[in-house]
Ligand binder design. Structure first.
Ligand code: PRX
Length: 650
């Protein structure tokens, strides 16, 4: 029996039993799960923790290497199974299918390239690569030899690369010469060269040649991937690591300008991401009861559309799925190229069974003609996923009806870079789903709602709303912020006594289902009332003409702060005064007159980061007529919309 299968819960009753056990006897619960993995030496102590320091250690004394769990142990039974299917940006280019055995060889060989270039256990390696299999190979190769990877999303600017490299003193940078994303080539190596002017710790740059274009190389420092591979041995025994050794650093934005390097350690991260992957997605297990997929008894094909540069890609494109022995898809391109049907074309072509994406993508795709969906056969799909932000009702139903055809559970997975793995989510086909709700906590997760006075709101089978905190450690939680433990303590462990504070608000229904209402740091105070922007946006998005919206505060003589709504409309809808009035009325009816936006601006698009997050900072500035210093907008997904929004500002 494969490891994944031994981890999977099979019914709602089994989930409830596991959950209860995980709360009553967490150490015994996690021991039994961790035992399903390959360790060189078993741990001496399951958990040691103190949230006041804060300090958390899982599986202390355990010795392992995560790549042996992702690769070596599958070779006997799954060696010829496809580990990664790579789908290129250009649909005319061929996909690549890499088996577990091939991946094992590639990782081992590249691990020797790292060693040959002076990388040792504990060294930091920055990876700035597009979505190509070599990105996964590079990260696994680091893990193989105990080096710490720090992946920087290959859409960040050169100054962002440099600050991240310097924050953790990376010794090496791995990149690609360039990449096609959509119709535009992106010159990654040039971005790196700019960054490298200010990164004294980098001694070597390994460059993967993704295109045939000439690449500027600095002699002595820059080396081509293929040339280095030719010099490398094929076999590379895995470095035996401690469970609490660092696996990777991943930067996430904070309330200040300086990004936080979240530190994840090996043992707990491996156990938790694999366990949650197996249970949330139920690959190769869950079959819907309807008509689908009956004629295709092939093993599942799981596709998460995130970029590996984000935590979603780390945990649920690479480590979780590979440790579970599943086939994982990597897509190089964008949902709109060559047209907005690309995602559905890939699902059809690869017989994707599990599709995991972000609400922002769903909303963008829902704006397009349904013909782009309906011309593809989506019959292979069994499970749909959502991550990264609250999914509004309209998007949820569009996804459910048009992509899942009402027959594929949607797992709305709430979690964070800091949590390492999914915290609150349905288990596909096992626990109930509910539109816009992330539903129930996973086994091992003890969420609590906190009131305005900082007291826990006990669960007494009644609806409640508050700030979301977690009161017990889980294996994949970040252990610190690289080089700044005090900041880790201040940001996450100071709001409430002996609790991890998530920064999110949540609503809990009478049966204990959670709905994440959005960041509480996006709260706007209007006339002394706390208003979350997310619920107002949800109310606006309910209007049939509306595709998406963003609410920010702007200074107001009487109210202190008033609300400004930026609204994008579905195709062929007209943004006029009548619609403005209807939107304001809708908010008034759903939340109350206090939440009515003073201004409603119809815009072509909302400025977004490459990960799809709305850049409220820019919108706030425009709403406040303070456009002198908008900051660097060039790293946005859609920098052009900013000009349009400014020109038509109210
Ligand atoms: O506000 C929550 C939102 O995204 C935040 C974490 O962002 P990041 O660290 O970039 O990780 C994103 C991918 C895990 C959370 O604090 N968020 C994430 N998932 C959901 C969500 N909000 C609502 N529903 C979700 N499913």
């Amino acid at each position: 029996m494969e490891v994944r299968e031994t981890l999977q819960l099979r019914s709602f009753a089994e989930y409830k039993e596991a959950y209860q056990k995980s709360v009553e006897n967490p150490e015994e619960f996690w021991d039994a799960i961790a035992e399903k993995f390959y360790w060189h030496k078993k741990w001496d102590k399951t958990l040691e923790w103190d949230f006041t320091k804060p300090e958390v250690k899982w599986f202390q004394g355990g010795k392992l290497n995560i790549t042996e769990n992702c690769l070596d142990r599958h070779l006997d039974k799954l060696g010829n199974k496809t580990a990664i299917i790579w789908e290129p940006n250009n649909p005319d280019e061929e996909s690549r299918h890499i088996t577990y055995r091939q991946l094992f060889v590639k990782v081992s060989r590249f691990a020797n390239v790292l060693k040959n270039n002076g990388i040792k256990k504990g060294d930091r390696v920055c990876i700035y690569m597009p979505m190509i299999p070599e990105l996964a190979i590079a990260m696994l190769a680091c893990a193989r030899i105990g080096a710490i990877h720090s992946i920087v999303f290959a859409g960040f600017s050169s100054s962002a690369i440099a600050s991240r490299i310097n924050d953790s003193s990376c010794k090496m940078l791995i990149t690609a010469n360039e990449v096609y994303r959509g119709s535009k080539p992106v010159k990654l190596k040039e971005m790196c060269d700019e960054a490298l002017k200010n990164t004294p710790t980098v001694q070597t740059v390994i460059v993967y040649r993704r295109t045939v274009e000439p690449t500027p190389m600095t002699p002595g420092r820059d080396k081509f991937w293929f040339e280095e591979l030719q010099k490398a041995e094929k076999e590379c025994p895995a470095e035996v690591m401690d469970a609490e050794d660092v696996l990777f650093i991943l930067y996430t934005s904070g309330s200040t300008g300086k990004p936080k390097g979240m530190v994840h350690t090996i043992g707990g991260y491996m156990v938790y991401t694999t366990y949650t992957f197996a249970n949330v997605f139920q690959c190769d297990h869950f079959a819907p009861t309807g008509v689908k997929n009956q004629s295709k008894p092939k093993s599942d094909v799981y596709w998460c559309t995130a970029d590996i540069g984000w935590i979603t890609g780390h945990s649920y494109i690479v480590y979780g799925p590979l440790a579970a022995g599943v086939t994982t898809v990597m897509f190089e391109g964008v949902p709109s190229y060559p047209d907005y049907g690309r995602f559905w074309e890939i699902c059809d072509k690869l017989d994707v069974t599990h599709f995991y994406t972000a609400p922002t993508a769903i909303r963008a795709l829902a704006k397009q003609s349904l013909d782009l969906v309906n011309k593809h056969d989506l019959n292979s799909l069994k499970v749909l996923g959502s991550v990264g932000e609250p999914i509004n009702d309209e998007a949820w139903h569009w996804y459910n009806d048009n992509i899942g055809k009402g027959n594929s559970p949607i797992v709305d997975t709430w979690w964070q870079t800091e949590t390492g793995g999914i915290m609150i989510s349905p288990l596909a086909g096992i626990t109930p789903t509910r539109p816009t709700f992330a539903t129930l906590p996973l086994p091992g997760i003890q969420p609590v709602l906190m009131d305005e006075e900082g007291k826990e709101i006990p669960f007494k089978s009644q609806k409640s709303e508050g700030r979301l905190a977690i009161k017990y450690p889980w294996p994949s939680m970040a252990r610190t912020i690289y080089g700044d433990h005090q900041r880790y303590k201040d940001v996450y462990f100071s709001a409430y006594d002996k609790m991890y504070f998530t920064g999110d608000g949540a609503y809990r229904d009478a049966t204990g289902n959670y709905r994440i209402t959005g960041r509480v740091d996006d709260v706007v105070i209007v006339s002394g009332h706390n208003l979350g922007t997310a619920p107002i946006e949800n109310a606006i998005n309910e209007h049939l003409s509306v595709a998406e919206s963003a609410i920010v505060g702007f200074p107001h003589d009487i109210k202190g702060t008033a609300l400004y709504a930026y609204v994008t409309l579905h195709e062929n809808q007209i943004g006029d005064d009548e619609l403005r009035a209807k939107i304001r009325e809708q908010v008034s009816n759903t939340i109350g007159p206090i939440a009515k936006p003073d201004k409603v601006q119809f815009v072509e698009g909302l400025p977004k980061t490459r990960s799809g997050k709305i850049m409220r900072r820019i919108l706030r500035k425009i709403a406040s007529k303070d456009t002198s210093n908008l900051g660097d907008t060039s790293t946005l997904l859609n920098p052009d919309v900013v000009k349009d929004i400014m020109e038509n500002a109210l």
